[in-house]
Design a protein around this ligand. Structure first.
Ligand SMILES: Cc1cc2nc3c(=O)[nH]c(=O)nc-3n(C[C@H](O)[C@H](O)[C@H](O)COP(=O)(O)OP(=O)(O)OC[C@H]3O[C@@H](n4cnc5c(N)ncnc54)[C@H](O)[C@@H]3O)c2cc1C
Length: 352
């Protein structure tokens, strides 16, 4: 259910090899690019314009930017990256593969877009986000991000005091329900065939959460376009205005298979992510990953922070590579193994 934001102005793709290509221009990718551009790195963000929170009216829980519409936040981010010379290209990466390294062994990658255009980068930052996969309940998907919500911190306040239904997807849904119970007194838990032990039923009863074990047939639409309720297999409609449901979180990996980045499934059917270490480093030299693509629960602030950290580490890696290359060149030029570059300028003298 990808929702795209409005089209935005695109920069031209450069012909020359760039220091870094950032795949994905959401909070993580743009913050990574901002750090790189401010470090005087040539950086190109390639973004297909479908951030995960596109259906939402505002970004919540983000200090200083509370309630900013997602598209506005990203437009500001693109402007900030461009202010320091970074490029933002509207397009989708359909292939990213390692290319022949430089003569000195510095990595190179070829990144190809849907329309066949390609560019070469020394480093990659993968910030493609994730895809939310909803359970297959007729009528559910069309309300995603409005009447159907997943995150009590993103839109919980906005649906407070509403009649909320939790569509269970597994044992973890019980905890999800208690988080929404914090926001409304009117909560119904639809077990949908998932197990609910006696202890949890007692805890729900103590908090006034009603449990429906009958199978769910479909989500019923109201005349105003919102949700009217949940139809059960016996035809009864349980009136609800909001449905909370945990999605399966799938890192967006299409087109990136050629990089050979390790992925892993998280426990409890939570989803699948790119494996990464400190600051988003991966097992593939020259490739970092940040944001929801590797941290499935990161919100906008955490995704931006991860992107910034990864961008800083990419720059640090390039600084080392540039210095190694300069030293090798200096040694070749000097021919005697001295460490001082023949081209190093003399130290400036203080005027007396
Ligand atoms: C309905 C909803 C509401 C939410 N509300 C909030 C909220 O209020 N507050 C909050 O903090 N968080 C909220 N979130 C979570 C938030 O969406 C994520 O934390 C955030 O989007 C993660 O940022 P990201 O940069 O990792 O990924 P994304 O924002 O998803 O950005 C990834 C970008 O990469 C692009 N891309 C993917 N693949 C390719 C490719 N092959 N080539 C080129 N580009 C590609 C996509 O088009 C997208 O623009 C919400 C999520 C949802 C689903």
């Amino acid at each position: 259910m990808p929702v795209t934001t409005a089209a935005y102005a695109t920069d031209a793709l450069p012909d020359e090899t760039v220091d870094a290509v950032v795949i994905g221009g959401g909070a993580a990718g743009l913050n990574g690019a901002l750090m790189l551009a401010r470090s005087r790195r040539s950086v190109v963000v390639i973004d297909s314009g479908a951030p995960r929170n596109a259906p939402a009216d505002g970004v919540h829980g983000l200090l200083g930017l509370e309630g900013t519409p997602p598209a506005e936040l990203l437009e500001r981010g693109r402007e900030e990256v461009r202010r320091y010379g970074g490029l933002v290209v509207a397009g989708e990466v359909t292939s990213a593969v390692p290319a022949a390294p430089s003569a000195g062994g510095d990595p190179r990658f070829t990144v190809t877009l849907t329309d066949g255009r390609a560019l070469t980068a020394r480093r990659l930052l993968v910030a493609t986000g994730l895809r939310d996969v909803l359970p297959d309940v007729p009528g559910l998907a069309e309300h995603w991000g409005h009447g159907v919500v997943h995150c009590p911190y993103c839109h919980g306040w906005e649906v407070r005091d509403e009649p909320i239904g939790v569509l269970a997807v597994g044992p973890a849904s019980a905890h999800h329900a208690l988080l929404f119970r914090q926001l409304t007194d009117d909560l119904v838990y639809f077990t949908r065939g998932t197990e609910l032990d006696e202890d949890t039923r007692a805890r729900f009863a103590a908090r006034g959460v009603r449990v429906v074990d009958a199978p769910v047939e479909e989500v019923v639409k109201a005349e105003d376009g919102g949700i009217a309720g949940v139809r059960l297999a016996d035809g009864q409609v349980v009136a609800r205005r909001v449905l909370a449901v945990a999605t399966t979180l799938q890192a967006r990996a299409e087109g990136l298979e050629g990089l050979g980045l390790p992925m892993e499934d998280l426990p409890g059917g939570m989803g699948r992510r790119f494996v990464s270490g400190t600051a988003g480093v991966t097992e593939v030299p020259g490739v970092w990953v940040a944001g929801n693509a590797t941290d499935l629960t990161a919100q906008v602030g955490a995704s931006a922070a991860a992107g910034a950290l990864a961008g800083a580490h990419v720059n640090a890696d390039l600084v080392t590579a540039d210095t190694d290359a300069a030293l090798a060149a200096a040694r070749r030029g000097a021919g005697r193994g001295g460490v001082r570059s023949p081209s190093a300028p003399p130290l400036p003298e203080v005027a007396r």
